[in-house]
Design a protein around this ligand. Structure first.
Ligand code: XUL
Ligand code: CO
Length: 438
């Protein structure tokens, strides 16, 4: 039975198409640099936004009907969500999904009941996956929503809460492995603090690291060969979250010896909340060998919170795809951690959100390739550092120079050197010409 009866399979029709239910740029089979577009852009559906969220906010209830013909909060509804999810992914040509444990099933009266429900639903999901190209990109446990996690999970002051989190974590890893998931995500929603007055920061961070270490040990023991990810975010819901941004998370992983098993899942809207651009956090992750996967969305410059909008800003997707191409691509993928605006409440809007996001990244990919082919930006950056192409420059780069010899060179030069123009305006003009120059 179709749950999206009036919605067709979405096809590529090209940039001139005015059909709202067609791709204008995302051409899954088109080959770019020897790889199909769909393999550059491994798009994933987020179970929570797409199949669960109804647009409820602090000021009013949901506007979208995601019951899919069943009573919300029941196992029949959980199964209907699976049916809806698979029809949705198949109609859009999406080959990946991501989930939290509690997106799949309503929590039971105790862990045992919840685990039994998870066993049942993952059996059903597995049966739906068979014979399709659909795979699990990553799984995670929701260790932030239930009141028990008001002080965090790994960072909780209560050992009972910590153990409960461990049980949820263990089961979410089991489900991820059962569904063939390529990654496992830690987003530390409440792993942080509201006030230092009641917080032992070092104790909390050590406990989070210990939980992550146990997750790695357990995952590897049951044959999980994928990547664990930290998804950095500076704030919201906690005032201060420990995984503030890419740089902070990398330092944490190295401090606790977790950097061999973990990479980062960079979310656009989280980077901007941290006061960075999306491409900044991608670059920080990439140059540290830690770029794993991406939560593709965008925020709103006028609003200071995590609005999780579908990406529409092609300037941003272009610069993001440039970072991803330069990093050699993603082992993970591009998960739309994105939701429709509250007034966009129809099933057709769900499709149009994904069409917008997929087209924005496809166009970003096409334009990033055009920037690389154009060559002016790479050339400029290369020339900008050309003064290091010298014997002394190579010595400095190799860590073999001394302060004495650098000082001697500077004194001998007998001038006040200037570094050469940064040419930001020229470079921004180059981008405009590649984006809009026809
Ligand atoms: C919240 C967020 C999460 C993670 C998974 O801001 O991004 O949905 O992606 O827990
Ligand atoms: Co996210």
């Amino acid at each position: 039975m179709s749950l999206f009866k009036n919605l067709p399979e979405i096809k590529y029709e090209g940039p001139k198409s005015r059909n709202p239910l067609a791709f204008k740029y995302y051409d899954a089979e088109r080959v770019i640099y020897g790889k199909k577009m769909k393999d550059h852009l491994k798009f994933a559906m987020a179970w929570w936004h797409n199949l669960s969220a109804t647009g409820q906010d602090m000021f009013g209830p949901g506007t979208a009907d995601k019951s899919f013909g069943e009573e919300v909060g029941t196992m029949a509804h959980a199964r209907a969500k699976v049916d809806a999810g698979f029809e949705f992914m198949q109609k859009l040509g999406l080959e990946y999904f991501c989930f939290h444990d509690v997106d799949l099933v309503p929590e039971g009266k105790d862990l045992e009941e919840t685990h039994q429900r998870l066993d049942e639903i993952t059996d059903y999901i597995k049966s739906k996956m068979a014979g399709t190209p659909i795979k699990c990109l990553w799984g995670t446990a929701n260790l932030f929503g239930n009141p028990r996690y008001m002080n965090g999970a790994g960072s909780s002051n209560s050992i009972d809460v910590y153990c409960h989190a461990a049980a949820q974590l263990k089961k979410a890893i089991d489900c991820t492995v059962k569904l063939g998931g390529q990654g496992y995500v830690f987003w530390g929603g409440r792993e942080g603090y509201e006030t230092l007055l009641n917080t032992d920061m070092k104790f909390e961070q050590e406990n989070i690291a210990a939980l992550m270490r146990m997750a790695v040990d357990y995952g590897r023991s049951i044959g999980f060969t994928g990547d664990f990810y930290i998804e950095p975010k500076p704030k919201e819901p906690m005032k201060h979250q420990y995984d503030f941004d890419a740089a902070t998370s990398i330092a944490f992983l190295r401090q606790y010896g977790l950097d061999r098993d973990f990479k980062l899942n960079i979310e656009a809207n989280h980077a901007t909340l941290a006061g960075h651009t999306f491409e900044h956090d991608l670059r920080v992750a990439a140059i540290n060998g830690m770029l794993g996967s991406v939560d593709a969305n965008q925020g709103d410059d006028m609003l200071g919170w995590d609005t999780d909008q579908f990406p529409s800003n092609v300037y941003s997707t272009t610069l993001a795809m440039l970072e991803i191409l330069r990093a050699g691509g993603l082992r993970g993928g591009l998960n739309f951690d994105a939701k429709n605006r509250r007034p966009s409440y129809t099933h057709q809007d769900m499709f149009e959100g994904f069409i917008l996001g997929m087209d924005s990244f496809a166009l970003g990919l096409i334009k990033a390739v055009a920037l690389i082919e154009d060559g002016r930006i790479d050339q400029f950056v290369k020339e900008r550092y050309a003064s290091f192409d010298s014997e002394l420059g190579r010595k400095i780069r190799a860590g073999k120079a001394t302060l004495e010899e650098l000082s001697k060179k500077a004194v001998q030069a007998g001038n006040t050197p200037l570094p050469g123009s940064g040419k930001q305006e020229y470079l921004e003009g180059v981008i405009n010409s590649v984006l809009f120059g026809g």
